[in-house]
Design a protein around this ligand. Structure first.
Ligand code: BES
Ligand code: ZN
Ligand code: ZN
Length: 505
C-alpha cells in the first residue's frame, strides 16, 4: 500500500472512505472529526448509529453516506478511554480501520491529518504511529499459497488529506513509517517462511540484496574461514548441518566515519533448531523455523537504515546455521574452544544459540563497539517468565538497560530487565572446562545471559535481548497479525535514530 498526500480544502476531498478516530466515553468528538461533521458530514452528524458507537479499543464502525457523495463512507475506529490513550492504542485503532478497509475491498481510503488533532501525542508522532500501526496491521504472507488467495490487494493506497501544505515533520513522519514498515515486513517474511527456504545461504542473499541496494559493505564468512579464525563454538554447531553455514557481516559506514566506534547489532540466525543430538520433542518443532528471528530483526533494521540513511556507523553480525543431529554434529560432553579462547563443556546441544553468539560477540569486539546489542530467540524459559508480552533484557550497564526498556515501552516493543549477578555463574561451573553451556532448569534465561557475559569486555556497553516470546504471536495483536511480529526492528532503528539524545558512552 502506497501513501499519497492530497492537499486541498475539505469540500474537494474524494476517496472511498474517510477514517476518523473516536475516544471512548467522551462527549465531544475529536476536533478534526467534529469540524468535518459540521462542515461536510451533516448527514452523519445527526445519525443515531454514530452516537451508538462506543469507541472501544480497535472497535470499528462503517457509516454510509446518501448516494452520490464524493465521500461515500466514513470508518470510525475506537481508541478506548482518554486516560489510557497512548501510541499503542492509536496503532491498534489505525490497524483496525485499515483492516476494515481491506475487508470492504476499498482501493483508496483516506486519513485526514486533522483526524489526529486532540490526541495526547504530538501531531507528527501521531501520524507516524497511526501509519506504522495501520500499515503493519495489513501485513500478510501469501508467497507460498497457490490458491484461495485474492489476486488483488486492498487498499492500493492510503490518501493523506491535508487542508494546508503538510510541514517537514509530517512528511518525515510518513516516510519514516513507510521505511520502518518495510523493514518490519522483511523481518516477518524471513521468520514466517519455512526452514527449507530460509537457509543460511538465503539469509546471505538477502544481506547481499541490501548491500547492493543501499551501498552497505558485506562480508560473508563461511564455515572453513570461521574455523580458521578460531570460531570453534560457531563451527561446532555448523558442522552438524549439510546446509552451508555463514556469518553475515553488514556494515553501514557513511563517508569519513571509518574510525568511529560503531553501534553493533548481533542477531541469532539458527534457520532451524532441531536441538541437535539433544533432540527436541517433535510436537511443535515446526515453530523452530523462527529461530533466526534475531538475525531477521537485524536485516530488517538494515533495510530501514538503507532507506533513512542515518549518519552513524552501524554493523550487523549474523551467525547463521541450522542446528541438526548428524554424524558430525557436536555432542553432549564435548569441550569446545571458542574464538575468545574460553572453553565450554557442552551439556545440551540445544543451547546452540549461545554457542554461535559467543563467537559472534568476540568477533564484534574487534570493532570496538560504542554499544553492542544482541537479539536472540535464546530460551524457552523467557516465555515461561514473561509470556509473549515482553522480551527479557540483561546487560552490563544498568543505565543502558533502563533506557532500552523506556524506549521499548514507547515504541510498542516492551522489554523487561532480569539480573545478571555474578552468583549466577555458579550455575554453569564445569569440572572439565571453563564453564558449561547450560545449568539446571532454574533461571534459564539469566543463565543464557550470564554465559554470553563471559565473552563481553567490561568497557563495552552491552545488552542481550531474549526475544523467544515476542518474535511470534499465536493471535492477532494491535498492529501485528498472527505469525511473525518483526520484533526488534523498530527497537534497533529507534536506537540509531535517538542515540545522540541518550548518554550511553
Ligand atoms: N531456540 C530455542 C529457544 C526457543 C524456544 C525459542 C521456544 C523460541 C521458542 C533454544 O535454542 C533452546 O532450545 N533453548 C533451550 C535451552 C536449554 C537447553 C538450556 C530451551 O529453551 O529449552
Ligand atoms: Zn536450541
Ligand atoms: Zn535455538
Amino acid at each position: 500500500m502506497q501513501l499519497q498526500w492530497r492537499v486541498g480544502s475539505m469540500d474537494t476531498w474524494e476517496a472511498d472512505c474517510l477514517i476518523f478516530f473516536v475516544v471512548e466515553k467522551e462527549a465531544e468528538f475529536l476536533p478534526g472529526f467534529g469540524k468535518w461533521l459540521r462542515d461536510e458530514g451533516r448527514w452523519l452528524a445527526g445519525c443515531s448509529a454514530l452516537s451508538d458507537f462506543q469507541g472501544k479499543p480497535q472497535q470499528t464502525a462503517v457509516f454510509y453516506a446518501p448516494q452520490d457523495r464524493k465521500i461515500p463512507r466514513v470508518i470510525c475506529a475506537g481508541l478506548g478511554p482518554r486516560e489510557k490513550l497512548d501510541a499503542e492504542r492509536l496503532r491498534g485503532g489505525a490497524a483496525a480501520a485499515l483492516r476494515q478497509c481491506r475487508e470492504l475491498k476499498l482501493a483508496r481510503p483516506a486519513l485526514p491529518a486533522t483526524a489526529l488533532d486532540g490526541l495526547p501525542l504530538e501531531r507528527s508522532r501521531s501520524l507516524e504511529e497511526a501509519l506504522i500501526g495501520g500499515m503493519g496491521g495489513l501485513y500478510r504472507f501469501t508467497a507460498l499459497k497457490t490458491r484461495d488467495v485474492d489476486a488483488e490487494s486492498f487498499p492500493e493506497s492510503l490518501l493523506l488529506f491535508s487542508e494546508v501544505e503538510p510541514d517537514d515533520a509530517f512528511h518525515a513522519a510518513a516516510s519514516y513509517a513507510e521505511s520502518l514498515v518495510s523493514g518490519i515486513s522483511l523481518a516477518r517474511d524471513l521468520v514466517v517462511a519455512p526452514g527449507n527456504q530460509v537457509t543460511p545461504t538465503f539469509m546471505a542473499e538477502i544481506a547481499q540484496g541490501l548491500a547492493e541496494s543501499y551501498g552497505f559493505r558485506l562480508r560473508l564468512i563461511n564455515l572453513q574461514e570461521a574455523e580458521k579464525m578460531g570460531m570453534g563454538a560457531f563451527a561446532a554447531v555448523a558442522r552438524g548441518s549439510r546446509e552451508p553455514a555463514c556469518i553475515i557481516v553488514l556494515e553501514h559506514c557513511p563517508p569519513g566515519m571509518d574510525e568511529d566506534p560503531p553501534i553493533v547489532f548481533v542477531g541469532k540466525g539458527i534457520t532451524f533448531d532441531t536441538g541437535g543430538i539433544s533432540l527436541k520433542p517433535s510436537a511443535k518443532m515446526e515453530a523452530m523455523k523462527q529461530d533466526m528471528a534475531g538475525a531477521a530483526a537485524v536485516l530488517g533494521a538494515f533495510e530501514v537504515l538503507g532507506r533513512t540513511r542515518f549518519q552513524k556507523r552501524v554493523l550487523g553480525i549474523m551467525p547463521c546455521t541450522e542446528n541438526m543431529p548428524d554424524g558430525k554434529a557436536y555432542k553432549p560432553g564435548d569441550v569446545i574452544q571458542s574464538m575468545s579462547g574460553l572453553t565450554v563443556e557442552v551439556i545440551s546441544t540445544d543451547a546452540e544459540g549461545r554457542m554461535i553468539l559467543c563467537d559472534a560477540i568476540t568477533f564484534a569486539l574487534q570493532y570496538k563497539p560504542a554499544i553492542l546489542l544482541d537479539l536472540a530467540t535464546l530460551t524457552g524459559a523467557c516465555i515461561v517468565a514473561l509470556g509473549n508480552e515482553a522480551a527479557g533484557i540483561m546487560g552490563n550497564r544498568d543505565e543502558l538497560v533502563e533506557e532500552l526498556c523506556t524506549l521499548g515501552a514507547e515504541v510498542g516493543e516492551r522489554l523487561w530487565p532480569l539480573p545478571l549477578w555474578d552468583s549466577y555463574f555458579d550455575y554453569i561451573k564445569s569440572d572439565i572446562a571453563d564453564f558449561k553451556n547450560v545449568g539446571e532448569r532454574s533461571a534459564g534465561t539469566i543463565v543464557g545471559g550470564i554465559f554470553l557475559k563471559q565473552f563481553v569486555t567490561d568497557e563495552t556497553p552491552w545488552a542481550h535481548i531474549d526475544i523467544a516470546g515476542t518474535a511470534w504471536t499465536e493471535k492477532d495483536i494491535a498492529s501485528s497479525p498472527k505469525g511473525a511480529t518483526g520484533f526488534g526492528v523498530r527497537l534497533l532503528t529507534e536506537v540509531l535514530k535517538r542515540r545522540p539524545k541518550l548518554g550511553w558512552g
